[in-house]
Design a protein around this ligand. Structure first.
Ligand SMILES: *Cc1c(COP(=O)(O)O)cnc(C)c1O
Length: 226
């Protein structure tokens, strides 16, 4: 199936409140162009250098979403153009994004990444770490970042119930902090959850942004040394 027919088959099944992030990491610009010509405008990348290079080569109305672990010393390279950072996993990182956004005279939209999986390897705040950060209120002084919601990745498992439970816990946490800190903030409305193998479950559990790579672009070929 072509990229454009896969995109339209995914999109016909999406509820109106769910947006698709096409995760193009490790795939060439030609494939992104194909998706772009099929109308896709949001692309997700997880390496700073790769996203920066692709941004230079591709049409300027693409919305670039950063979805991977972000090192503070690299924020400056994406701050001029990134449209949403899904993976804010520390207050230190949020402060650096704020600083670089100010230099670029921008306000950068961010999601708080929450660790919901059983696996140790995944990044993110624990629920309590995130609550503590929000209670401390220093984040309210950051005028060049806009907190827009939360992001999470479920455990890689065949246990469908476990995946339901993890996504449900993220939705519940979103509702809690929305009520406590963002009830008058319309921008705080995103729940980024769901990938190729689990996005239908994520949608059932309240996702507003699904991040799909393999299903659109095929298997990624990773370089041997990273
Ligand atoms: C790679 C990646 C995806 C896409 O995964 P697929 O299984 O290829 O759909 C989604 N989210 C994050 C954070 C990723 O790193």
């Amino acid at each position: 199936m072509s990229i454009s027919s896969i995109l339209s088959s995914i999109k016909t099944d999406l509820p109106d409140h769910v947006r698709l992030v096409a995760v193009s990491k490790f795939h060439p610009v030609e494939m992104i162009e194909e998706a772009y010509h099929a109308g896709q405008r949001i692309f997700g990348e997880n390496h700073v250098q790769e996203m920066t290079q692709k941004h230079e080569l591709l049409p300027k109305d693409i919305e670039w979403h950063f979805i991977g672990h972000l090192q503070t010393n690299k924020v400056k390279y994406i701050a001029p153009f990134v449209s949403l950072i899904h993976s804010v996993d520390s207050f230190k990182l949020l402060k650096e994004i704020n600083k670089q956004a100010e230099k670029s005279q921008r306000v950068i939209s961010c999601l708080l990444q929450i660790h919901i999986a059983q696996e140790e390897t995944k990044f993110g705040f624990s629920f309590d770490e995130c609550r503590t950060m929000l209670q401390e209120e220093e984040w309210k002084t950051l005028t060049h970042v806009q907190l827009c919601g939360v992001m999470g990745m479920a455990t890689f498992t065949d246990d469908v119930q476990e995946v339901h439970n993890e996504f449900r816990s993220l939705k519940k946490f979103f509702d809690e902090i929305k009520e406590n800190y963002f009830s008058h903030n319309d921008a705080f409305r995103e729940i980024s959850m769901g990938m190729t193998d689990d996005y239908p479950i994520a949608i059932e559990e309240g996702s507003t942004l699904i991040r799909i790579g393999t299903k659109i672009f095929g298997e990624r070929v990773y370089p041997e040394h990273q």
